[in-house]
Design a protein around this ligand. Structure first.
Ligand code: MTE
Length: 322
């Protein structure tokens, strides 16, 4: 992990790092089986929100982590409002239990699981990934999750399964953004999709936590997708359904504005979005907005994961398949 020089470090970041290291010690302790049983996942009281035991997952970036406060207060989750602070304010009472995850479509073993049963077979890992939003900002987040490929192998897709479609909960009583009058231009429920080989890629995870704790509601509790080489909007939150299909799914953003949002949405500094350049990005949490804009960094092809994923798109024109 890169350590910043003292003058650049804000007090909140210092606290975050300290608390995080303490949590890591706690988790290492628990990894030895001393505190928590396998994959314990409990919400509620603060002391019980820890996740463990955690393996250290592959592909971790050693960049400085984005402070917890920024990761949990600068969110896109339109079901709870379109301002960055809305999800933290409006998702506080979102009920994430009981929670059913349905797996269906072209699979030999379709099933509807209670969340705890769905997660139980998988070893939780810490995955430190960059997240790059199409709005030209980025973060580094220590997710807690497990490989989506493990789930896919277990449910045995049939030969018809070419794509995987993910759906967020539809519940306007809890999600004010889904009510017609507060419309955001999106058709609900939020839908995303991946090609089967993208979904099977070892970088792709289902996340249940971050910073060693259960996912905060605003970050997509209780279960979200994380696909680090694609723009953040592909990482769908609060998933209730995973469906295996033959035809390419129509995603929520494609449906809303097909000329601005394609199916692939791979991070690509060479293909600008009509409203945001994709060549550079500011890193959330690194000082004031002005400081972030002054110290913008170059956006990397596939968000820096080209070595791992570029082969998936060999021969494809990535300007056409944006
Ligand atoms: N999932 C749902 N259901 N609804 C959303 O509005 N926003 C997406 C994605 N997943 C969104 C969603 C966008 S635009 C981004 S950038 C990421 O969530 C942000 O994730 P974060 O708030 O954890 O950083």
């Amino acid at each position: 992990m890169l350590i910043k020089r003292a003058p650049d470090v804000t007090p909140s970041e210092i606290t975050d790092e300290k608390v995080y290291r303490a949590r890591r010690r706690f988790l290492q302790f628990s990894a030895a089986g001393l505190i928590l049983g396998p994959n314990l996942l409990v919400g509620g009281a603060a002391a019980a929100d820890k996740l463990g035991p955690l393996k250290k997952g592959p592909y971790a970036t050693d960049e400085k982590l984005t402070p917890y406060r920024d990761v949990t207060n600068y969110n896109n989750f339109y079901e709870f409002g379109s301002d960055k602070k809305d999800p933290a304010a409006n998702a506080k009472n979102f009920r994430t239990r009981p929670w059913t995850v349905t797996i269906d479509g072209a699979v030999k073993r379709p099933a509807a699981y209670q969340l705890e049963d769905f997660i139980k077979p998988y070893a939780l890992e810490e995955r430190i990934y960059r997240l790059r939003c199409v709005e030209a900002w980025s973060m580094v987040i220590p997710w807690v999750g497990f490989s989506l490929a493990e789930v896919i192998k277990k449910v045995e897709p049939t030969s018809q399964a070419k794509y995987v479609e993910f759906t967020t909960l539809l519940d306007p009583t809890q999600m004010p953004g889904q009510r017609p009058l507060l419309g955001t231009g999106l058709d609900w429920p939020y839908v995303e999709g991946l090609r089967l080989d993208e979904a099977m890629h070892p970088l792709t995870i289902l996340a249940v936590g971050l910073y060693g704790e259960v996912l905060p509601n605003q970050n997509g509790a209780p279960l979200r997708l994380v696909v680090p080489w694609k723009y953040g909007f592909k990482s769908i939150k609060s998933i209730v359904r995973i469906r295996f299909v033959e035809k390419q799914p129509v995603t929520a953003w494609m449906q809303a504005n097909p000329s601005e949002y394609g199916f692939y949405s791979n991070v690509n500094p060479q293909v600008d979005h009509p409203r945001w350049s994709q060549a550079y990005e500011r890193r959330i949490g690194e000082g004031s907005l002005l400081a972030q804009l002054t110290n913008k960094r170059k956006t990397l092809p596939f968000n820096g994961y080209a070595e791992q994923v570029a082969h998936l798109y060999a021969g494809m024109d990535l300007r056409k398949y944006f």
